[in-house]
Design a protein around this ligand. Structure first.
Ligand code: PLP
Length: 378
């Protein structure tokens, strides 16, 4: 018999690594007594849509009432936008909730969930937290190897679920339509393919897959979108899935009642009408991403070509040390050791002044390191 509550926690949950978010600005400023900027969580640096801010002000006046638990207006609007039916849209507490729910529904001990090395950590966490076996397929040149992932799915009859992100976080790479179509053709219809398109607005390869179109043919495809990036509403926690009704119905049974606040729903509805803000976010990110990539390259670093609002840099053995040095100069970026990539870091694309500061501090820190012969970058 178990002696303590701790003994009751299943081993596969006790053994889980904690998700380590980017460090908050206030915490770093308090600890180091410096002014800091944060380029660590891939947020929208220009802020939320002004239309969403206005909608929030009105919606908060109804905060004494429970919100619409079925997110009716938002689902109706999303369904119209994507050309699907309302019961093919599920709205979640960020897309994070949907990642979690899909694993809870389809996985358990003895089953297998597949994802890639060097992808979004919550995919692996969700699989492991369900008690299922986790298979992580190696990447090629920091990108998903879809052929090898399909091979891994076919090699294991217990596979129920695959998580992919396109563009990928943290590497910023993206796969094209032909490659993905071939993948979908090979994966059995009873394996759910969760395609996380959190950064889709920022992708600029012309042959990105049209996931909604592909869904018409492949009912095992569940596409995830979020309001946390191009719409600038990360703090309000709104994400959604476009997929087949049976899996969405199961998610509706498991989610917490009233998962989305009325304020969040109103903000998301208003943000959908603010094309100007989304387009500005995309435009400014693209310009700053190009400038930052060039600046980092000129400093002798090796940024990976990004299709998102962040840049992955393959640093070498001193990545963690470089992260600490940047932190002490007031620039918070994201070390990736906890995600199994100890030789890399990820920097979010900020506004021009933030990117200028990153480049200036990086230049200073790298120059100092030149003097220290024991330090090595690739
Ligand atoms: C690939 C990916 N999916 C999902 C999320 C989380 O999105 P949300 O804020 O909608 O939960 C993130 C956040 O950074 C992400 O990078």
């Amino acid at each position: 018999m178990a002696n303590t509550i701790e003994d009751l926690i299943p081993e596969y949950i006790r053994g889980l690594p904690a998700y380590i978010p980017g460090r908050p600005i206030e915490e770093v400023e308090r600890e180091l007594k410096i002014y800091a900027i944060k380029l660590a969580s891939n947020e929208n640096p220009i802020g939320p849509s002004p239309k969403a801010v206005e909608a929030v002000k009105h919606a908060v006046a109804d905060a004494n009432r429970y919100p619409d638990g079925g997110t009716h207006l938002l689902r109706a609007k999303l369904a119209r936008q994507h050309g699907v039916t309302m019961d093919q849209i599920f709205v979640g507490l960020g897309s994070s909730e949907i990642i979690d729910l899909t694993a809870r529904i389809l996985l358990s001990r003895g089953k297998t969930g597949v994802t890639s090395h060097g992808s979004y950590a919550p995919f692996s966490l969700a699989i492991r937290a369900s008690g299922a076996d986790l298979v992580r397929v190696p990447q090629q040149d920091f990108a998903f190897d879809l052929r090898a992932i399909a091979d891994a799915v076919l090699a294991n009859r217990e596979t129920r679920l695959v998580y992919l992100a396109n563009p990928n976080n943290p590497t910023g790479t993206a796969f094209g339509a032909a490659e993905f179509q071939e993948f979908l053709r090979r994966v059995p219809a009873d394996v759910l393919v969760v395609l996380d398109e959190a950064y889709i607005h920022y992708a600029d390869r012309p042959d990105m897959p049209d996931s909604v179109e592909l869904f018409r043919e492949h009912k095992n495809l569940l596409t995830l979108r979020t309001f946390s990036k191009a719409y600038g509403l990360a703090g309000l926690r709104v994400g959604y899935g476009i997929g087949d009704t049976p899996i969405l119905e199961a998610m509706n049974k498991l989610r917490t009642p009233f998962n989305l606040t009325g304020v969040s729903q109103a903000a998301a509805i208003a943000a959908l009408d603010d094309d100007e803000h989304v387009n500005r976010s995309i435009r400014e990110n693209a310009a700053e991403r190009t400038r930052l990539t060039r600046g980092l390259t000129e400093l002798g670093l090796r940024p990976v070509r990004s299709h998102a609002n962040f840049i992955f840099i393959d640093i070498g053995p001193d990545a963690q040390e470089l992260y600490n040095e940047l932190l002490h100069e007031g620039v918070i970026v994201r070390p990736l050791g906890w995600m199994g990539m100890p030789e890399a870091m990820r920097v979010s694309v900020g506004i021009a002044e933030e990117n200028d500061k990153l480049l200036a501090v990086m230049s200073r820190v790298l120059a100092k390191r030149e003097g220290k012969s024991e330090l090595t970058t690739r």
